[in-house]
Design a protein around this ligand. Sequence first.
Ligand code: OMP
Length: 278
Amino acid sequence: MESFGARLHRAVAERGPLCVGIDPHPGLLARWGLDDDVHGLERFADTVVEALGDRVAVVKPQSAFFERFGSRGVAVLESTIRQLRLAGSLVLLDVKRGDIGSTVAAYASAYLEPSSPLHVDAVTVSPYLGVGALAPMFDMATAQGGGVFVLALTSNPEGAAVQRARTAGGRTVAQVVIDEISQLNAGAQPLGSVGLVVGATIGETGHDLAAVNGPLLAPGLGAQGASAADLRVVFGSALPAVLPAYSREVLAAGPDVAALRAAADRVLADCRAALTGS
Ligand SMILES: O=C(O)c1cc(=O)[nH]c(=O)n1[C@@H]1O[C@H](COP(=O)(O)O)[C@@H](O)[C@H]1O
Protein backbone atom coordinates (compact mmCIF):
# COMPACT_ATOMS: atom_id res chain seq x y z
CA MET A 1 0.00 0.00 0.00
CA GLU A 2 1.28 3.46 -0.89
CA SER A 3 2.24 5.47 2.19
CA PHE A 4 0.70 8.83 3.10
CA GLY A 5 4.15 10.41 2.78
CA ALA A 6 4.39 9.21 -0.84
CA ARG A 7 0.82 10.30 -1.62
CA LEU A 8 1.41 13.74 -0.12
CA HIS A 9 4.69 14.11 -2.00
CA ARG A 10 2.86 13.42 -5.26
CA ALA A 11 -0.11 15.68 -4.44
CA VAL A 12 2.22 18.59 -3.67
CA ALA A 13 4.20 17.97 -6.87
CA GLU A 14 0.97 18.00 -8.91
CA ARG A 15 -1.04 20.71 -7.14
CA GLY A 16 1.52 22.76 -5.25
CA PRO A 17 2.42 23.16 -1.57
CA LEU A 18 -0.85 24.31 -0.03
CA CYS A 19 -3.32 23.18 2.60
CA VAL A 20 -6.60 25.10 2.92
CA GLY A 21 -8.71 24.68 6.04
CA ILE A 22 -12.49 24.47 6.17
CA ASP A 23 -13.22 26.50 9.31
CA PRO A 24 -16.86 27.64 9.15
CA HIS A 25 -16.67 30.28 11.90
CA PRO A 26 -20.04 31.89 12.79
CA GLY A 27 -18.62 35.20 11.51
CA LEU A 28 -17.71 33.65 8.15
CA LEU A 29 -21.15 32.05 7.80
CA ALA A 30 -22.67 35.52 8.34
CA ARG A 31 -20.26 37.08 5.88
CA TRP A 32 -21.25 34.52 3.28
CA GLY A 33 -24.95 35.34 3.89
CA LEU A 34 -25.56 31.95 5.52
CA ASP A 35 -27.44 31.12 8.71
CA ASP A 36 -25.49 29.84 11.70
CA ASP A 37 -27.15 26.44 11.51
CA VAL A 38 -26.51 23.04 9.97
CA HIS A 39 -27.86 24.16 6.57
CA GLY A 40 -25.44 27.10 6.54
CA LEU A 41 -22.65 24.73 7.54
CA GLU A 42 -23.49 22.35 4.69
CA ARG A 43 -23.71 25.12 2.09
CA PHE A 44 -20.36 26.53 3.28
CA ALA A 45 -18.57 23.19 3.18
CA ASP A 46 -20.08 22.23 -0.20
CA THR A 47 -18.93 25.54 -1.67
CA VAL A 48 -15.36 25.05 -0.46
CA VAL A 49 -15.35 21.52 -1.89
CA GLU A 50 -16.65 22.79 -5.24
CA ALA A 51 -14.09 25.60 -5.35
CA LEU A 52 -10.99 23.82 -4.09
CA GLY A 53 -11.46 20.05 -3.97
CA ASP A 54 -10.10 19.51 -7.47
CA ARG A 55 -7.13 21.89 -7.20
CA VAL A 56 -5.64 22.12 -3.68
CA ALA A 57 -3.27 19.38 -2.50
CA VAL A 58 -4.62 19.10 1.04
CA VAL A 59 -7.91 20.29 2.55
CA LYS A 60 -8.18 20.43 6.33
CA PRO A 61 -11.70 20.44 7.79
CA GLN A 62 -11.68 21.75 11.38
CA SER A 63 -13.83 19.23 13.25
CA ALA A 64 -14.87 21.70 15.98
CA PHE A 65 -16.96 23.77 13.58
CA PHE A 66 -18.89 20.67 12.50
CA GLU A 67 -19.24 19.22 16.02
CA ARG A 68 -20.93 22.50 17.10
CA PHE A 69 -24.06 21.20 15.37
CA GLY A 70 -24.02 17.73 16.97
CA SER A 71 -24.73 14.58 14.99
CA ARG A 72 -26.12 16.53 12.02
CA GLY A 73 -22.90 18.55 11.85
CA VAL A 74 -20.85 15.36 12.01
CA ALA A 75 -22.97 13.97 9.15
CA VAL A 76 -22.02 17.07 7.12
CA LEU A 77 -18.38 16.41 8.01
CA GLU A 78 -18.66 12.82 6.78
CA SER A 79 -20.15 13.97 3.50
CA THR A 80 -17.53 16.74 3.13
CA ILE A 81 -14.75 14.19 3.63
CA ARG A 82 -16.24 11.85 1.00
CA GLN A 83 -16.67 14.66 -1.54
CA LEU A 84 -13.13 15.96 -1.01
CA ARG A 85 -11.63 12.52 -1.52
CA LEU A 86 -13.71 12.04 -4.69
CA ALA A 87 -12.49 15.42 -5.95
CA GLY A 88 -8.90 14.24 -5.45
CA SER A 89 -7.61 16.33 -2.58
CA LEU A 90 -6.04 14.69 0.46
CA VAL A 91 -8.12 15.23 3.60
CA LEU A 92 -6.38 16.17 6.82
CA LEU A 93 -8.93 16.18 9.63
CA ASP A 94 -8.02 18.70 12.30
CA VAL A 95 -9.17 17.11 15.58
CA LYS A 96 -5.99 17.32 17.71
CA ARG A 97 -6.66 14.03 19.48
CA GLY A 98 -4.44 12.53 22.18
CA ASP A 99 -5.09 10.14 25.08
CA ILE A 100 -3.80 7.00 26.79
CA GLY A 101 -2.72 4.38 24.28
CA SER A 102 -5.77 2.11 24.55
CA THR A 103 -8.06 5.05 23.75
CA VAL A 104 -5.77 6.33 21.00
CA ALA A 105 -6.31 2.93 19.36
CA ALA A 106 -10.05 3.76 19.14
CA TYR A 107 -9.31 7.20 17.68
CA ALA A 108 -6.99 5.53 15.16
CA SER A 109 -9.79 3.26 14.06
CA ALA A 110 -12.24 6.23 13.89
CA TYR A 111 -10.06 8.27 11.54
CA LEU A 112 -7.60 6.00 9.74
CA GLU A 113 -9.49 2.71 9.31
CA PRO A 114 -10.90 2.63 5.75
CA SER A 115 -14.27 1.22 6.88
CA SER A 116 -14.93 4.15 9.24
CA PRO A 117 -17.45 6.85 8.17
CA LEU A 118 -14.86 9.46 9.23
CA HIS A 119 -11.97 7.85 7.36
CA VAL A 120 -9.49 10.52 6.24
CA ASP A 121 -6.00 10.60 4.79
CA ALA A 122 -4.44 12.14 7.90
CA VAL A 123 -5.29 13.53 11.30
CA THR A 124 -3.81 16.02 13.78
CA VAL A 125 -2.82 14.72 17.23
CA SER A 126 -1.55 16.16 20.50
CA PRO A 127 1.55 14.56 22.08
CA TYR A 128 0.99 15.83 25.62
CA LEU A 129 0.13 12.40 27.03
CA GLY A 130 3.51 11.33 25.63
CA VAL A 131 4.55 10.62 22.05
CA GLY A 132 4.66 6.91 22.94
CA ALA A 133 0.93 6.97 23.81
CA LEU A 134 0.26 7.81 20.15
CA ALA A 135 1.83 4.52 18.96
CA PRO A 136 -1.55 2.93 17.98
CA MET A 137 -2.19 5.93 15.70
CA PHE A 138 1.25 5.59 14.08
CA ASP A 139 0.73 1.82 13.68
CA MET A 140 -2.68 2.29 12.05
CA ALA A 141 -1.22 4.96 9.76
CA THR A 142 1.52 2.57 8.66
CA ALA A 143 -0.92 -0.28 8.11
CA GLN A 144 -3.48 1.79 6.18
CA GLY A 145 -1.35 4.32 4.28
CA GLY A 146 -2.54 7.15 6.54
CA GLY A 147 -0.76 10.17 7.96
CA VAL A 148 -0.46 11.78 11.39
CA PHE A 149 0.49 15.39 12.19
CA VAL A 150 1.82 15.85 15.74
CA LEU A 151 1.70 19.25 17.44
CA ALA A 152 5.25 20.46 18.12
CA LEU A 153 5.44 24.28 18.16
CA THR A 154 1.93 25.65 17.78
CA SER A 155 1.04 29.00 16.27
CA ASN A 156 -0.71 30.44 19.34
CA PRO A 157 1.27 32.53 21.85
CA GLU A 158 0.17 30.36 24.83
CA GLY A 159 1.89 27.27 23.42
CA ALA A 160 5.44 28.42 24.10
CA ALA A 161 5.23 28.09 27.92
CA VAL A 162 4.66 24.35 27.62
CA GLN A 163 6.39 23.52 24.34
CA ARG A 164 9.59 25.46 24.97
CA ALA A 165 9.98 24.36 28.62
CA ARG A 166 13.27 22.50 29.15
CA THR A 167 13.30 18.83 30.09
CA ALA A 168 15.83 17.36 32.56
CA GLY A 169 18.15 16.56 29.66
CA GLY A 170 18.19 20.21 28.51
CA ARG A 171 16.14 19.79 25.34
CA THR A 172 12.83 21.61 25.04
CA VAL A 173 9.60 19.59 25.16
CA ALA A 174 9.10 20.45 21.47
CA GLN A 175 12.58 19.20 20.57
CA VAL A 176 11.85 15.89 22.33
CA VAL A 177 8.69 15.56 20.20
CA ILE A 178 10.65 16.52 17.06
CA ASP A 179 13.39 13.98 17.82
CA GLU A 180 10.95 11.13 18.53
CA ILE A 181 9.08 11.77 15.28
CA SER A 182 12.38 12.01 13.37
CA GLN A 183 13.19 8.46 14.54
CA LEU A 184 9.80 7.21 13.28
CA ASN A 185 10.42 8.70 9.82
CA ALA A 186 14.06 7.63 9.53
CA GLY A 187 14.83 6.15 6.11
CA ALA A 188 11.35 6.73 4.64
CA GLN A 189 11.32 7.57 0.91
CA PRO A 190 10.38 10.06 -0.51
CA LEU A 191 8.90 11.39 2.76
CA GLY A 192 7.80 9.92 6.08
CA SER A 193 4.11 9.73 6.97
CA VAL A 194 4.32 11.34 10.41
CA GLY A 195 4.36 15.10 10.18
CA LEU A 196 4.75 17.88 12.70
CA VAL A 197 2.76 21.06 13.24
CA VAL A 198 4.98 24.13 13.51
CA GLY A 199 3.30 27.54 13.45
CA ALA A 200 4.43 30.12 10.90
CA THR A 201 4.03 32.76 13.62
CA ILE A 202 6.77 31.57 15.98
CA GLY A 203 9.84 33.22 14.48
CA GLU A 204 13.34 31.83 14.88
CA THR A 205 13.33 29.47 17.89
CA GLY A 206 16.52 27.45 17.45
CA HIS A 207 14.70 24.11 17.12
CA ASP A 208 16.35 21.57 14.87
CA LEU A 209 13.91 20.29 12.23
CA ALA A 210 16.58 19.03 9.83
CA ALA A 211 16.13 15.31 10.59
CA VAL A 212 12.30 15.12 10.64
CA ASN A 213 11.98 13.59 7.14
CA GLY A 214 8.24 14.19 7.29
CA PRO A 215 5.85 17.00 6.33
CA LEU A 216 5.83 20.20 8.38
CA LEU A 217 2.34 21.71 8.53
CA ALA A 218 2.61 25.49 8.97
CA PRO A 219 -0.63 27.14 10.17
CA GLY A 220 -0.80 30.72 11.43
CA LEU A 221 -0.53 32.30 7.97
CA GLY A 222 -2.88 35.12 7.07
CA ALA A 223 -5.48 35.66 9.82
CA GLN A 224 -3.01 34.97 12.67
CA GLY A 225 -0.51 37.44 11.28
CA ALA A 226 2.26 35.39 9.67
CA SER A 227 3.10 35.81 5.98
CA ALA A 228 4.70 33.39 3.53
CA ALA A 229 7.95 35.34 3.87
CA ASP A 230 8.10 34.29 7.56
CA LEU A 231 8.41 30.62 6.56
CA ARG A 232 12.10 31.07 5.71
CA VAL A 233 12.84 32.41 9.21
CA VAL A 234 10.90 29.69 11.01
CA PHE A 235 12.00 26.69 8.93
CA GLY A 236 15.44 27.53 7.51
CA SER A 237 16.91 24.48 5.77
CA ALA A 238 13.74 22.46 6.45
CA LEU A 239 11.73 24.65 4.01
CA PRO A 240 11.29 21.95 1.33
CA ALA A 241 9.16 19.89 3.75
CA VAL A 242 6.81 22.76 4.65
CA LEU A 243 3.10 22.51 3.88
CA PRO A 244 1.67 26.03 4.38
CA ALA A 245 -1.90 26.11 5.78
CA TYR A 246 -4.46 28.90 5.47
CA SER A 247 -8.08 28.99 6.57
CA ARG A 248 -9.73 32.42 7.09
CA GLU A 249 -7.40 34.21 4.65
CA VAL A 250 -8.79 32.11 1.78
CA LEU A 251 -12.31 31.49 3.12
CA ALA A 252 -12.97 35.22 3.51
CA ALA A 253 -13.00 35.45 -0.30
CA GLY A 254 -16.18 33.32 -0.50
CA PRO A 255 -18.91 32.49 -1.21
CA ASP A 256 -18.03 33.17 -4.85
CA VAL A 257 -16.35 30.05 -6.20
CA ALA A 258 -14.09 31.94 -8.61
CA ALA A 259 -13.02 34.32 -5.83
CA LEU A 260 -12.18 31.39 -3.54
CA ARG A 261 -10.08 29.85 -6.31
CA ALA A 262 -8.34 33.17 -6.92
CA ALA A 263 -7.55 33.54 -3.21
CA ALA A 264 -6.11 30.01 -3.09
CA ASP A 265 -4.06 30.71 -6.25
CA ARG A 266 -2.72 33.93 -4.70
CA VAL A 267 -1.54 32.34 -1.44
CA LEU A 268 -0.12 29.37 -3.35
CA ALA A 269 1.96 31.75 -5.49
CA ASP A 270 3.21 33.50 -2.32
CA CYS A 271 4.14 30.15 -0.78
CA ARG A 272 5.88 28.84 -3.89
CA ALA A 273 7.97 32.02 -4.00
CA ALA A 274 8.82 31.76 -0.29
CA LEU A 275 9.64 28.04 -0.39
CA THR A 276 11.79 28.16 -3.51
CA GLY A 277 13.27 31.61 -2.98
CA SER A 278 12.18 32.65 -6.48
O1 OMP B 1 -3.27 21.89 13.83
C1 OMP B 1 -3.59 22.95 13.28
O2 OMP B 1 -4.01 22.97 12.14
C2 OMP B 1 -3.30 24.20 13.99
C3 OMP B 1 -2.17 24.21 14.78
C4 OMP B 1 -1.68 25.42 15.26
O3 OMP B 1 -0.62 25.49 15.87
N1 OMP B 1 -2.37 26.55 15.00
C5 OMP B 1 -3.55 26.55 14.28
O4 OMP B 1 -4.09 27.64 14.04
N2 OMP B 1 -4.05 25.36 13.83
C6 OMP B 1 -5.37 25.32 13.14
O5 OMP B 1 -5.24 25.96 11.88
C7 OMP B 1 -6.41 26.75 11.58
C8 OMP B 1 -5.96 28.20 11.45
O6 OMP B 1 -6.95 28.97 10.88
P1 OMP B 1 -6.68 30.44 10.33
O7 OMP B 1 -6.03 31.20 11.44
O8 OMP B 1 -8.04 30.94 10.00
O9 OMP B 1 -5.79 30.30 9.12
C9 OMP B 1 -7.39 26.51 12.72
O10 OMP B 1 -8.28 25.47 12.35
C10 OMP B 1 -6.52 26.05 13.87
O11 OMP B 1 -7.20 25.17 14.73
